[in-house]
Design a binder for this molecule. Structure first.
Ligand SMILES: NC(=O)c1ccc[n+]([C@@H]2O[C@H](COP(=O)([O-])OP(=O)(O)OC[C@H]3O[C@@H](n4cnc5c(N)ncnc54)[C@H](OP(=O)(O)O)[C@@H]3O)[C@@H](O)[C@H]2O)c1
Length: 275
């Protein structure tokens, strides 16, 4: 049997945790398979994607800056990838390439399976209007949450809310309404970079003391506890950092490639050891 391959297509593959997580999972299931991170330029992308059609390739993960650029190079999109408008996983089936978005499903599985929290019909405030906000926002609307979006650049919150309107109850939150909206919400989700160890170290993504009623999720995993999560914990709220979302988006990709249930605990352990 030939060794199977999966790849990460990224602009700068050096810092990715995905190889550690997927190679641990392949090892746990005794699969003869390797996951490798590749730094790919825009010019190289068509040739690299074409090679994913080969028989010994499961597929790939795709990250910044290629999540949109791969779309014209593959054959099909799942409804999730179509609604998000971005692909983070490619599956090769007999030379045909399908684009998935496992950030959306991974976020929901993380919330439900790791924290036992169901956002269905909850009032949720989401901070941020970037790439991950679109996947997280859609995930929440699809399970019937009512979503308010706040962002540093207000016009981007408004544009994202407008583009999500057909999926459920969503509105942009004006800055002076933020305190009231957060206090009324059950769940607060941070998808901004504020608090990230290199892009927003030590920062809170909203004014101090603005906290929801039940739970705070911060999708950042470096550091493992952002200032927002520290404040939420101190107030006695339930919290989740970005590690479960990273694991479950990876697990969804792994399950599609191999057809086998992902060894979630092994993937968590591999990531915790690498962080
Ligand atoms: N756990 C996971 O699996 C996972 C997956 C994807 C991303 N992430 C994390 O999510 C974060 C966002 O990623 P992304 O791809 O969505 O990035 P992005 O597309 O660049 O969007 C960044 C967002 O953060 C806001 N922002 C940046 N710096 C800020 C600051 N200092 N204060 C307040 N808002 C700020 C931006 O606001 P403006 O519109 O005003 O610029 C924008 O809404 C990153 O920290 C990333 O590591 C985690």
């Amino acid at each position: 049997m030939e060794t199977k391959h999966a790849y990460l297509l990224s602009g700068s593959a050096g810092h990715s945790l995905s190889p550690v997580m997927h190679n641990a999972a392949f090892g746990e299931l005794g699969l003869d398979a390797r996951y490798e991170a590749l730094s790919v330029t825009q010019d190289e992308l068509p040739e690299v994607v074409a090679r994913l059609r080969e028989g010994n390739v499961y597929g790939a993960n795709v990250t910044i800056p290629h999540k949109l650029a791969v779309i014209p190079l593959i054959d099909n999109l799942t409804p999730e990838a179509q609604s998000v408008g971005a692909v983070n996983t490619i599956l090769n089936r007999g030379g045909e390439l399908t684009g998935h978005n496992t950030d959306l499903t991974g976020f929901l599985r993380a919330l439900r399976e790791d924290s036992g929290y169901d956002p269905e019909s909850r009032d949720v405030v989401m901070l941020g209007a970037g790439g991950s906000a679109r996947a997280v926002g859609l995930a929440l609307l699809r399970v019937g949450a009512t979503l308010g979006i706040a962002n540093r650049t207000q016009s981007r919150a408004e544009a994202l809310a407008r583009s999500l309107e057909r999926y459920g109850h969503v509105a942009a939150i004006r800055p002076f309404d933020l305190g009231r909206a957060v206090q009324r919400a059950s769940l607060l989700v941070n998808t901004t970079s504020a608090g990230h160890e290199t892009h927003g170290a030590g920062q809170l993504p909203l004014p101090h003391g603005f906290l929801p009623r039940e739970m705070v999720v911060d999708i950042i995993y470096r550091p493992v506890k952002t200032p927002l999560l520290v404040a939420a914990e101190a107030a006695g709220l339930r919290t989740q950092n970005g590690l479960p979302m990273l694991v479950y988006q990876g697990a969804e990709a792994f399950e599609r490639w191999t057809g086998q249930p992902a060894p979630i605990e092994v993937m968590f352990r591999a990531l915790r050891g690498a962080l």
